[in-house]
Design a binder for this molecule. Structure first.
Ligand SMILES: Nc1ncnc2c1ncn2[C@@H]1O[C@H](COP(=O)(O)OP(=O)(O)OP(=O)(O)O)[C@@H](O)[C@H]1O
Ligand SMILES: [Mg+2]
Length: 462
């Protein structure tokens, strides 16, 4: 048992009629643990506090009616029950859902032993990096990215992961975390920068000292401190408003943080990984993102390719892998995805990338599970909405892949024609084509269209 097992923990004590709170405080006094007297109060709303919380509940609190236990209140926080009687009394009186029970006269060692065990489980859970989930990568561009990620995983430089929505940026961040020989042992703290309520940035990132404002009944570590010894993953960093960018930058420059209401500055020690689906360079140019922060975050940049760039091989592999996991236990069905289905899956486009493709696989898997067979008509009908959204299909449903490739050629020409007609102004061409500027830009990349390329002047049908 090490001190770090207890680090960041909050213990919420519902003591009922007896002096359990004081004893817990005493037993844990040598460690950096928040012990909160929770009688009459629910757990705080903040899931980042609760992920490191353990409840210590005296059964007398329930018996005396001072606490009505509902699972909603505990929000999945593990519970140590303290019995109403001393150890020589029968411990079997507790129902089986009371997994962790201490006698009323528990010793400090017993309490610490049990808390340490639960803390280890919490930590193992929080750094569980979907190891049992496969990370599918077959295409050359994806293998290259993995190679790059592997190379940079075990260094301390800040990494910025770029890529469209659903391409797997968070999975890559977790791979980086796992690959660091030291930080992998610490927590992986993921923060969605697009969801920080106004006015809460400081409290959430810096933490606050006990009593620093009304309602601050106990001290709270901010995200920076929570990530100590591990990885701080700043997701959707492009959504961080400018006034919050300044605050983030200052902390990164100082490499230290001071909790609100405290004067002690705490040194930071974590690996910083950020991710965005926005074009941060463009945002720097337009003044929406601070350039100094950008250069600090993007010491190393990793670009995750989208599914179209990854190609049919990856689409099929991801689909099969996920369908198989849905069909686990259904003998034989998982191994034999029929050819017509792989062709269909490969021919569709997925603007929501891997996430959307996995949803498609899920839907198919459920159908096959329920019907016990690969029902072509049923599955095709279920996939129609996605199929209809695929640009190639939207314009006349090409029957097979050869047709699709011909269509692709036509699409390239139509795009060049639209750009020509609008003097290569992308905004106008995109509008003409009925697509967003971003999609136009992606298609230009996909078809390797360079500015000013000679094309077909006829725009008919575009
Ligand atoms: N290579 C992969 N193999 C298997 N599953 C993957 C792979 N990449 C991503 N996924 C799965 O796809 C889903 C989306 O991944 P993730 O959340 O990492 O994407 P993201 O780029 O962070 O998305 P967003 O921009 O919406 O935040 C997750 O369920 C993830 O497990
Ligand atoms: Mg994400």
């Amino acid at each position: 048992m090490t001190t770090s097992n207890f680090d960041q923990l909050s213990l919420y004590v519902w003591e009922g009629k007896v002096d359990i709170y004081d004893r817990v405080v005493q037993c844990m006094s040598a460690f950096d643990v928040d012990v909160v007297h929770a009688d009459g109060r629910p757990l705080p709303e903040d899931p980042f506090i609760n992920q490191w919380a353990i409840a210590v509940i005296s059964v007398t609190a329930i018996e005396s009616g001072r606490l009505t236990l509902n699972p909603e209140m505990l929000k999945g926080v593990p519970v140590v029950w303290v019995g109403a009687s001393a150890r020589d009394r029968d411990a079997q009186i507790y129902p089986p859902e009371y997994l962790h029970v201490l006698p009323y006269d528990f010793t400090g060692a017993e309490l610490r032993g049990m808390i340490a065990k639960l803390a280890r489980q919490l930590r193992a859970h929080s750094t569980r990096i979907d190891e049992e989930e496969v990370f599918v990568a077959r295409s050359a561009c994806m293998l290259e990215l993995l190679e790059e990620a592997r190379t940079f995983a075990n260094c301390d430089h800040n990494v910025l992961i770029r890529g469209e929505t659903g391409v797997g940026k968070e999975r890559i961040a977790q791979l980086l975390h796992n690959g660091h020989e030291m930080y992998a042992k610490g927590p992986f703290v993921a923060v969605n920068c697009g969801a920080i309520p106004d006015g809460l940035f400081e409290s959430l990132f810096f933490g606050h000292a006990k009593g620093s404002f009304t309602g601050a009944v106990h001290a709270h570590k901010g995200y920076f401190e929570q990530a100590t010894g591990g990885t701080l993953f700043l997701d959707e960093i492009g959504d961080l408003p400018r006034y919050q960018q300044v605050k983030l930058l200052r902390v990164l420059e100082d490499n230290a943080v001071t909790r609100i209401g405290s004067t002690t500055s705490i040194r930071l020690d974590f690996r910083l990984v950020s991710a965005t689906n926005r074009d941060l360079r463009e945002m720097v140019r337009s003044g929406d993102f601070r350039s100094d922060l950008f250069y600090r975050l993007a010491v190393i940049e990793l670009q995750v390719p989208n599914l179209e760039q990854r190609g049919e091989e990856d689409k099929i592999a991801i689909f099969k892998s996920h369908v198989q996991s849905v069909l686990q236990g259904k003998d034989g069905l998982g191994d034999e995805v029929p050819f017509w289905l792989t062709e269909l899956v490969a021919s569709m486009e997925y603007p929501g990338n891997v996430r959307q493709l996995r949803n498609v696989a899920e839907r198919v898997g459920v159908i096959v599970r329920q019907t016990g067979r690969w029902d072509q008509a049923l599955i095709q009908r279920a996939l129609e909405p996605v199929r209809d959204m695929t640009p190639a299909n939207a314009a006349g449903h090409p029957a097979d892949l050869a047709d699709r490739r011909r269509w692709d050629g036509n699409e390239r020409n139509r795009i060049i024609a639209a750009l020509n007609q609008h003097g290569w102004k992308r905004q106008d061409a995109a509008q003409h084509l009925g697509i967003s500027r971003k999609v136009l830009w992606e298609k230009m990349r996909k078809y390797q269209i360079n500015d000013g390329e000679p094309g077909i002047p006829d725009i008919a049908g575009a």
